[in-house]
Design a protein around this ligand. Sequence first.
Ligand code: NAP
Length: 275
Amino acid sequence: MCKVPTIELNTGAKMPALGFGTWQIDNQEEAEESVKSALKTGYRLIDTARIYGNEEGVGRGIKESGIPRKEIFITTKLWNDDQDYDSALAAFEKSLKRLALEYLDLYLIHWPATKNRGEAWKALQKIHADGMAKNIGVSNYTVRHLEEVLAESDTVPAVNQIEFHPFIYNKQKDILEFCKDKGIVVEAYSPLARARQMENTTLHAVAQRHGKTIAQVMLRWAIQHGTVPIPKSTNPGRIKENFDVFDFELAKEEMETINNLSNDTRIAPDPTNMS
Ligand code: NAP
């Protein structure tokens, strides 16, 4: 089994360079089975969120895998209705309990959805200071939202998890550059554009050249942009396929060809004008 490479966060922690997403796996048994399948395949980063409704199943999958806790990097997220200080602390405790964990590797503010997000960030700083989340970060933050965090606090988020795939590349270039500049690792969500482009002829041609699939080319592209993709699948064959991306490299021209597929496709809501 291939050991997944890691990327260093601004806390000094090492995060796997590829992860496993669990959105839309809201059946607890399915979540448990998918997480077990991912961990058996070699994934060591598991991404969930309170709003996915599967923290119990994800937690069971982790426990049942038999893999030592310290070898797995586990992320969950604070939902929008808990963005005041006390609610954020309480929401964290509840997530931890549902996951049946003693600490988290990464806790994220899910969306810059309310004016209270600064309070939520203070709560995350406390959770981090108490050692309950080894790393804290944000998700769906634009440059404006990140500048606000940097102006108001001396803790730089370790991670910003954003929508990132070839079809949104142009729209995400500025936030990618900003995060690189500030030492914030970008996690790429919906890295397969939620499987809506699996017939794309340009991606198909690149995939053929490397003896790989379109999904593998999209994940490799995200990795070569320095991001950490977190593809989701409940299918054991596709879970394996998505993990098998460390034995080939896209040439500079291929990266550019794929960059040029960008057509402003957005799968999740646009956070630009959020509060
Ligand atoms: P995604 O990973 O881009 O795509 C998932 C879809 O692609 C599923 O329908 C899956 O179906 C299919 N698929 C997976 N592997 C495939 C392959 N090799 N070939 C063909 N189809 C394949 O989309 P996502 O779930 O939106 O994003 C991934 C993760 O990012 C989420 O699960 C979640 O953890 C995170 N996320 C975070 C946010 C946020 O706001 N922070 C938002 C969205 C997502 P099967 O399951 O049937 O394989």
